[in-house]
Design a protein around this ligand. Structure first.
Ligand code: ADP
Ligand code: MG
Length: 879
């Protein structure tokens, strides 16, 4: 084919491909041309060359056929869709066509261990339908959100599953608000996919095709959910990954099954991702899992705490049994350490991408079951516990029989190539055994040939070898080359030796080549049968995989509980949260933690938390949220004892100032999220508001905080009364506790005066009465003179005395002005100590600075911030 032809063909296929890049097979290479070549050259660091075609020159890059997968994976994991056109032999030549499009949501064998969800979102009559499909494990979840806040809840679900690819339904494309929020919040590839696949009738058919009669029993919640589920299946089918058969289970759930955790809360609580680079997430802290599937499941649990008490208590029981039995637990974990990712292996079997070494991993993982059962049964604590129940739920006989088949069939050290033999044990198949015997006889004959020739013909330096061009040959040293018998036929002359063949050798060679071929083909055939057997047993493998993952998570949580003196919380439907000597699960790992109590009940629902900066307010409040969430994944909790009333949601909002500092938020976002909490929280929720209102001017901030507090407490009878922890730096609010039933003050205790202040970090009743900002500044290393001066200013302010403001005049001489700040009126007066106000008209700049100065709440602003502001004012006055 001419160059024009190749590039032309590529460009034609490229136009037809619904993808970012096209890889087209040309013999032993996959090639990229033109812009695609430049793109992959850049992304993958491939060498780009030039190819001229039809008088034009095109960029060109290629990778060997066998190396495509890692390159493809790298592109797809960066969010691109890659079309692959394979070359197919047809009569009289070959043709190329696009067989598959690999996309971020449909990669069969991703490099990481995290779940890889493809999500579809469909807008229905009164809400949104959502489907989440992980083809690497066959997990498939479908739900619908309804009502006024259905969009927020849909976003919550999307955030929970963190899909790698999202397909919006036809109603959601273009300028949709939901779509904008998805773009803003999620790091997923958005794919616009065939509208037809979202049509209700078609989606329904898809589900029926996939699940047969079971589809009726699934009982999807409304049309939008059906559309979402059907479209997800259709999409996977159309991308051509061939993995659809691994999707054997569909799980529907409703928001009522889970604890609502909006995106901000998941992030704030650092459940699975830390907020800062050096931070540690809760997942990092708890992840003592031995397997990647276990880690995945733990992550999933942390993101989706549940409300079903029975299920939680079963988990507690399993964790309790394992926590109490260190030996049994160690044995279990040692066993689990040998497990591979069976759910993923099953998907690869279905897609046909499982090679022989991977098949052994299936075998070896199934082989662990008897050992696990033994570990459990031989421990009095574990036998009969919920751990045993988990194992009992498996079809162990089926697992055993699959294991035995694989063990009988696959050799111990098979190659990863499938067509060259060495995969299957000869005794597994009679025909194979016969072939192997003949093959080995021929090889033996060849092995002993040199010795025979040496002896028979008295030749020195004889050897037998094989290479690609000459096939088998007898090699004779130069000195004996003239003495070879007549039936030797010369093949090649080398510098020091000569190669010959004989009719007999040629015949054996033909046999060997033929036997090799037959053996390779037969073994491949047998291997494919086995792989299909594994594919057909995908549900079994998925079940075993899930069970191992579950045991792994139990053992991990038990390990952590036992090693950190955690307690089993009592779960109740009553309206309480009581924690004795509670700790923050992550912070306690790195500091000597001062334990704290916490008590909420029906009549004590709103705790106003005050205390100096850095005293531990935020930590205390997060701790309450984390104890609740841990309890609702079934885990033990960091406390001496705890009673946790199950909540329907946990909401947190941290004042914009903290977030602003990290470039994460604006006051607008702070208020949006506050509004979301005020809308969504119910009497059964836990709400944490940390310095809300701080991102704006003092008087605005305090007013907003005040009103929000009234709304969430009993002050306003017709609004929800969740359990609330409310940290504030507005001391004025602490007075409200006296007036609203259910609101109590607590504060983080500090001790001492001046430089000797130490934070006790015990939370005590009542409001705090001091600010320790200056102390913190000094702890932070602010220079001594600055700290001293700040103290002086503070004292003067407290005594309502005039303060010298040091400035510099235009001529460079120093100048001192005295001001008095009236704390009670907030008024600010310039004057000297005798009270004589200098008659002086201020210019607009100075006016503005004074205005700004009036706004500052000195007792509550950190010295560092103050300094920054003062510097700004100075430069403004100098202008
Ligand atoms: P605040 O919100 O009051 O400014 P933080 O909760 O951010 O204070 O805590 C400040 C620091 O004190 C953090 O580094 C935290 O790790 C530590 N800390 C908080 N509570 C405790 C505690 N109970 N025991 C020990 N260290 C704590
Ligand atoms: Mg704080």
């Amino acid at each position: 084919m001419t160059a024009e032809g190749i590039v032309g063909e590529y460009l034609d296929l490229r136009r037809e491909a619904d993808a970012d890049v096209l890889a087209m097979q040309m013999g032993d290479f996959y090639e990229f041309f033109g812009e695609d070549a430049e793109f992959v050259g850049e992304e993958l660091d491939l060498k780009v060359s030039e190819r001229s075609s039809g008088g034009e020159s095109y960029a060109m890059a290629g990778v060997p056929v066998d190396d495509l997968t890692p390159y493809l994976t790298a592109l797809v994991e960066r969010g691109y869709r890659v079309a692959v056109a394979d070359q197919h032999e047809i009569e009289g030549g070959h043709e190329r066509r696009i067989d598959r499009v690999v996309t971020p949501g449909t990669l069969v064998d991703p490099t990481g261990d995290d779940a890889q969800y493809l999500a579809t979102v469909v807008r229905g009559d009164d809400g949104l339908g959502l489907a989440f499909l992980d083809i690497t494990t066959g997990r498939f979840h479908v739900t619908a959100t309804e009502g006024e806040d259905s969009e927020s809840r849909a976003l919550t679900e999307l955030y929970r599953f963190a899909p790698t690819e999202i397909l919006p339904g036809p109603d959601l494309r273009g300028d949709d608000d939901v779509l904008d929020r998805i773009r803003e919040r999620l790091d997923a590839t958005l794919t616009v996919h065939a509208t037809d696949d979202f049509a209700p009738g078609r989606a329904n058919h898809r589900l029926r095709d996939q699940f047969g009669d079971a589809a009726d029993a699934i009982g999807l919640d409304g049309e939008a959910a059906t559309q979402a589920a059907g479209a997800a299946l259709a999409y996977v089918d159309e991308t051509g990954t061939g993995v659809l058969a691994s999707v054997t289970r569909l799980r529907t759930y409703t928001a009522d099954d889970h604890v609502t955790l909006d995106a901000t809360t998941q992030r704030n609580l650092e459940l699975t991702e830390p907020m800062t680079e050096r931070g540690v997430s809760l997942f990092d802290t708890l992840d003592h899992t031995e397997t990647s599937a276990g880690g995945r499941l733990l992550k999933e649990w942390l993101g989706r705490p549940i409300r079903r008490r029975g299920e939680l208590e079963a988990r507690q029981q399993a964790i309790g049994a394992l926590a109490a039995d260190a030996m049994g637990r160690d044995r279990l974990r040692e066993s689990l350490a040998g497990a591979y990712d069976l759910e993923r292996l099953a998907s690869r079997a279905v897609s046909g991408s499982l090679d022989a070494p991977a098949m052994l991993r299936v075998r070896d993982t199934l082989a662990l079951l008897p050992d696990l059962v033994d570990a459990v049964e031989s421990s009095p604590r574990l036998a009969g516990s919920a751990v045993a129940d988990v194992l009992d739920s498996l079809d162990r006989a089926a697992a055993r029989s699959l294991h035995d088949d694989l063990a009988e069939a696959i050799t111990d050290d098979p190659p990863s190539t499938l067509t060259e033999g060495g995969l299957i044990r000869p005794e597994y198949d009679e025909e194979l055994a016969a072939l192997v015997e003949r093959h080995e006889t021929a090889l033996d004959w060849l092995d002993s040939l040199a010795a025979r020739e040496r002896k028979e013909h008295g030749l020195a330096h004889v050897s037998v070898g094989r290479n690609k061009t000459d096939g088998y040959y007898i090699q004779v040293g130069k000195s004996s080359a003239d003495d070879v018998p007549d039936h030797y036929e010369p093949v090649k002359t080398l510098k020091n030796s000569q190669r010959f063949t004989t009719p007999e050798l040629r015949e054996t060679e033909r046999d060997v080549v033929q036997l090799e071929e037959q053996r390779g083909e037969l073994e491949y055939e047998l291997f494919r049968e086995l792989r299909e057997q594994v594919a057909a047993a995908a549900p079994l493998c998925q079940g075993v995989g899930e069970t191992l993952a579950e045991l792994d998570v139990y053992a991990a949580l038990a390990t952590h509980a036992a090693g950190n003196d955690w307690a089993r919380p009592e779960l109740t439907d009553e309206d309480v949260l009581a924690v004795e000597a509670g700790r923050h699960p992550v912070v306690e790992q790195s500091v000597e933690f001062v334990p704290n109590d916490l008590h909420f009940d029906r009549d004590r629902r709103f705790l106003l938390v005050t205390g100096p900066n850095m005293s531990g307010k935020s930590t205390y409040m997060r701790q309450a949220a984390l104890v609740t969430l841990l309890a609702q994944i079934g885990s033990f909790v960091p406390a001496d004892a705890a009673t946790v009333g199950l909540v329907d949601g946990v909401f947190t909002r941290v004042g914009a100032l903290d977030e602003l500092a990290q470039g994460r938020s604006t006051f607008m976002v702070e208020m949006q999220e506050l509004s979301n909490i005020l809308h969504s929280a119910s009497d059964d929720s836990l709400v944490i508001l940390d310095e809300v209102g701080r991102g704006t001017a003092t008087y605005d901030g305090i007013s907003i905080a005040w009103a929000a507090m009234e709304y969430l407490s009993s002050a306003q009878p017709n609004s929800p009364s969740p359990k609330v922890l409310f940290a504030t730096h507005y001391h004025e609010l602490t007075r409200l506790a006296d007036h609203i039933a259910g609101v109590e003050n607590v504060h983080v205790a500090a001790d001492g005066e001046g430089d000797d202040v130490t934070f006790l970090r015990t939370v005590e009743p009542g409001a705090t009465d001091r600010s320790y900002g200056i102390h913190v500044a000094s702890l932070a290393g602010v220079p001594g003179p600055v700290v001293d001066r700040a103290r002086e200013v503070l004292d003067r302010l407290r005594e309502d005395k005039a303060i010298d403001v040091r400035g510099r005049a235009a001529d460079g001489t120093s100048e001192t002005t005295q001001v008095t700040f009236d704390l009670s009126s907030g008024q600010f007066e310039a004057g000297d100590e005798d009270g004589e106000a200098p008659a002086q008209a201020l210019d607009p700049d100075a006016e503005a600075v004074l205005d700004a100065l009036r706004e500052v709440d000195v007792t509550e602003t950190s010295p560092v911030e103050l300094l920054g502001q003062v510097q700004e004012w100075q430069s403004r006055l100098e202008e």
